[in-house]
Design a protein around this ligand. Structure first.
Ligand code: AKB
Length: 316
């Protein structure tokens, strides 16, 4: 990995991944963004930035040529809840966009990372310790695009030898850029409320478990999978990775250890709740551990401590 293009560099993952790659690698780390979602000062000042719309193949190809890109991070997507209100746009970005980057990667010999999600699973998937290779019959448009993306990415690898790789991200928790329109967003919002001294209104019901991960672990996963020895990879698109699994009560009680007067009430959002109930409680990530050495570093306590410290500093 030398010259890298991040498509969707101003989103929740992209904004932090861009800075981490710029810290780790010497080549051109190009932040691709769309008008209306401009990069922040830090991203703008620390390296090249280019308008790259995932739905515009010509624009992507030009930037790949200009910077001699060898690796593409394709982070453009609508998250699960918002994709339900705009299913056609979710398909256009998720699959139309993916077809563009797959073809460009084939023509220009780029490696390609496209994140998948716990959203690939559905109601008939085993809920606990969900295996790597199992039933993927999602009920959401987000899940449909992610399963299709996994299949297309594996097809381009076996048929054309494109170096496609991916992980199934759980809900990602970060104090830097908030997510927008996801089902797991509550696990970020709860920290913002606690740090601001506000009561939290939880849209997900008590007892609903989902996989979650702190952003530093997620960024390491996105980089380590692309650095992994290809001869060791039996799977590619896409690896289960796991770190934390909790329900709203567990995270609330954890935060209360640091903010004793923190309060929470429930006002369940039917859409997000039905999506959450169709997803697993916890994934089995044995294949990722065995094939490329995946291992999370943050537990719930370490994440909570870091999140609250950073957010309180910001709001002070
Ligand atoms: C979402 O909630 O839509 C995402 C995801 C788990 O893929 N955070």
């Amino acid at each position: 990995m030398e010259n890298v293009l991040i498509i969707g560099s101003t989103g929740q993952i992209g904004s932090e991944l861009t800075m981490k790659l710029r810290g780790n690698y010497k080549g051109n780390i190009v932040a691709g963004y769309i008008p209306g979602a401009e990069p922040n000062y830090e991203i703008k000042e620390s390296g090249p930035c280019e308008v790259v719309d995932i739905t515009n193949a010509g624009q992507i190809a030009q930037v790949v040529d200009k910077y001699k890109i060898d690796t593409i991070y394709n982070l453009a997507a609508l998250l699960s809840a918002v994709a339900e209100s705009k299913p056609q746009l979710a398909w256009k970005i998720g699959i139309g966009g993916l077809c563009n980057v797959l073809e460009i990667s084939r023509e220009k010999k780029c490696a390609l990372f496209t994140p998948s999600s716990i959203g690939v699973f559905g109601l008939n998937t085993p809920k606990d310790k969900t295996p790597q290779d199992t039933i993927c019959r999602p009920k959401t448009m987000y899940g449909v695009t992610k399963v299709t993306g996994e299949l297309l990415s594996d097809y381009y690898h076996t048929r054309f030898g494109v170096d496609t790789r991916s992980v199934r991200f759980p809900g990602l928790i970060s104090y830097v850029t908030p997510p927008g329109g996801g089902t797991t967003d509550y696990a970020v919002d709860i920290y913002y409320s606690a740090a601001k001294g506000e009561k939290f209104v939880c849209p997900i019901a008590k007892g609903t478990f989902m996989d979650m991960m702190y952003m530093p672990d997620a960024l390491r996963a996105a980089i380590e999978i692309m650095e992994a020895d290809p001869t060791k990879l039996e799977h590619r698109n896409s690896f289960n990775i796991a770190s934390l699994s909790f329900d709203p009560e567990i995270i609330f009680n954890e935060i209360k250890r640091y903010v004793p007067d923190f309060e929470m009430e429930y006002c369940v959002d039917p859409l997000r709740q039905s999506i959450a109930e169709s997803w697993p409680n916890s994934l089995d990530d044995t294949c990722a551990r065995e094939e490329w050495g995946w291992k999370p570093e943050y537990d719930l306590d370490a994440m909570t401590n870091d999140m609250l410290t950073k957010l309180k500093e910001r709001f002070a």
